[in-house]
Design a protein around this ligand. Structure first.
Ligand code: CA
Length: 507
């Protein structure tokens, strides 16, 4: 009798374990593609220091992968993609000026560390994309040094043609160099611009892309996309070529470009096959913060629909990459002051169809504005345990940390971090929310942002008062809701009640 009981208990436990393992490896991690993912942007030097030298590194990121996605769901954020800021060797702390496209900056670790990071990330269903900076190299790159040597010693030009040397200064962004020549360097004298008309250079670029895709990256975040040439037509030709190069290696490659400009300038780049960051929605003067400040949800929903439709018209596979802030903008906690508005804005951008990008520390309300270094300060893991916390970039004048670190916020169900986790958990029940097609639903109340993707309806109340409206779609059920005030959202008949700043998901 006793034995039979034990057997039944053991079998039950085995069955539960089987179910759990099915959830972890079968259901949750099955779809391995970087399309349809919540991404997390890591500024590598400021994330987690694994060896105590004060600088964030690749092993540090591997060490914190469970924070980003632990399939058990415990103490995890639940993102499935990472964008790493540049990891190639570079003389600067930000590393947007590369000296070798084929290796890892020793300050961040080794190629083995990178391979381990990719493998461990993939185990957790996380894809990695790396920053690829193709507009320019470092002035210390061997190509540029060889080019100067060719000019100086009157050698047959090879690397000289990788760059743009001119005999006269062709406007700003040109700097004098050897042989009485000038070279183009749009951003900084130490970042000479590459000449993508050169076939040998294009062959190198193709090799670089293949090298990293073969290493297992899911794709690239592409820097300074609109600056490769001074003409848009030439830029579009270059990026179409680059998309083809990458797709030949990896059919489902995810390529997201930085065109830091207005919608009119961004949109044509979708036609190359790239996906693009949504700068018009980001930052203190962007669509999302304007809507949160004004409380006008209806206009926001219309904008979400219009922007998505414009992408789809240009490129049905184009992905809307929404974010609130990144390493170049002031952090969002600096303009979303009230805790309820931080939570509302998070629910809005993370539920817009596409691949949203969380800038590291945004989920715990880190602040930082002004000089770039202030926007890239140390990830604040804990108020008491300083293990792994990096030093801030040199020159930082921002010594503010959030009131509570990651570990304290995990223990607080009302924290911003807990809210981020709730949003992503609710979203994970509805893969339709990632789908790019989105419709504005008119609920005849300007405070409500109501959108539909597939069979899912997302409704945000952007005001500080509860709102009750008629359901925009019949037959839907409440799947879940998020409420910064703790007040409950309710369906009753064909009416829905949404508390202040809250979000309801129906499906
Ligand atoms: Ca380190």
């Amino acid at each position: 009798m006793q034995n039979k009981k034990v057997t039944i208990i053991l079998l039950t436990l085995l069955f539960v374990a089987f179910l759990l393992s099915g959830c972890a490896s079968g259901i949750q991690l099955s779809e391995h593609t970087a399309a349809n993912r919540n991404f997390y942007q890591i500024f590598v030097g400021s994330f987690y220091d694994s060896d105590g030298d004060g600088l964030g590194d690749l092993r540090g990121i591997t060490h914190k992968l469970d924070y980003l996605n632990n399939p058990s769901g415990k103490d995890t954020l639940g993102v499935r993609g990472i964008w790493l800021s540049p990891i190639n060797p570079s003389p600067t702390y930000h590393k947007y000026d590369v000296t070798d496209y084929y290796s890892i900056d020793p300050a961040f670790g080794t190629m083995e560390d990178f391979e381990e990071l990719i493998a461990e990330a993939n185990k957790r269903g996380i894809d990695i994309i790396i920053d690829l900076v193709l507009n320019h190299t470092s002035s210390q790159h061997p190509w540029f040094l060889a080019a100067l040597d060719e000019i100086r010693n009157d050698k047959e030009p090879f690397y000289r043609d990788f760059y743009n040397f001119t005999e006269t200064r062709s406007g700003s962004g040109y700097y004098p160099t050897v042989g009485g020549l000038f070279y183009e360097a749009h951003f900084w004298s130490e970042m000479p611009d590459l000449n993508m008309d050169n076939e040998n250079l294009r062959a190198e670029i193709a090799d670089i892309a293949k090298f990293w895709l073969d290493k297992g990256v899911a794709g690239f975040r592409l820097d300074a996309v609109m600056h490769i040439y001074r003409s848009e037509a030439q830029n579009l030709e270059f990026w179409s070529w680059f998309v083809d190069v990458c797709k030949e290696v990896k059919d489902d490659v995810f390529l997201v470009g930085e065109v830091w400009s207005n919608e009119m300038t961004i949109m044509p780049y979708f036609e190359t096959g790239l996906s693009l960051f949504n700068f018009p929605f980001a930052n203190h003067d962007g669509t999302i913060n304007k809507a949160v400040s004004s409380g006008n949800g209806e206009r926001l929903a219309q904008e979400i629909e219009r922007y998505a439709a414009e992408i789809y018209r240009r490129s049905p596979s184009g992905i809307n990459c929404v974010f609130l802030s990144n390493h170049d903008t002031g952090r969002s906690a600096g303009f979303l002051i009230e805790p309820e508005k931080k939570k509302l804005a998070a629910a809005i951008y993370l539920m817009i169809p596409g691949n949203p990008f969380i800038y590291y520390g945004e989920e715990i309300g880190m602040t930082g504005a002004g000089i770039d270094e202030n926007k890239r300060t140390a990830m604040f893991w804990s108020n008491t345990d300083k293990t792994g916390i990096t030093r801030n970039p040199h020159n930082t004048t921002n010594n503010r940390t959030p009131e509570f670190g990651v570990s304290e916020q995990f223990d607080d169900p009302d924290s911003l971090l807990s809210y981020y986790r709730q949003i992503l958990a609710l979203k994970s029940k509805h893969p339709d929310i990632f789908d790019g097609r989105v419709t504005w639903l008119n609920v005849e109340n300007s405070g409500i942002c109501a959108i539909q993707t597939g069979d899912v309806v997302v409704m945000h109340n952007l005001t500080d008062e509860s709102i009750e409206v008629a359901l925009p779609v019949s037959g839907v059920k409440m799947s879940g809701f998020l409420s910064p005030t703790g007040e409950v959202a309710k369906l009753s008949g064909d009416m829905i009640f949404i508390p202040p700043y809250a979000t309801a998901v129906l499906g």
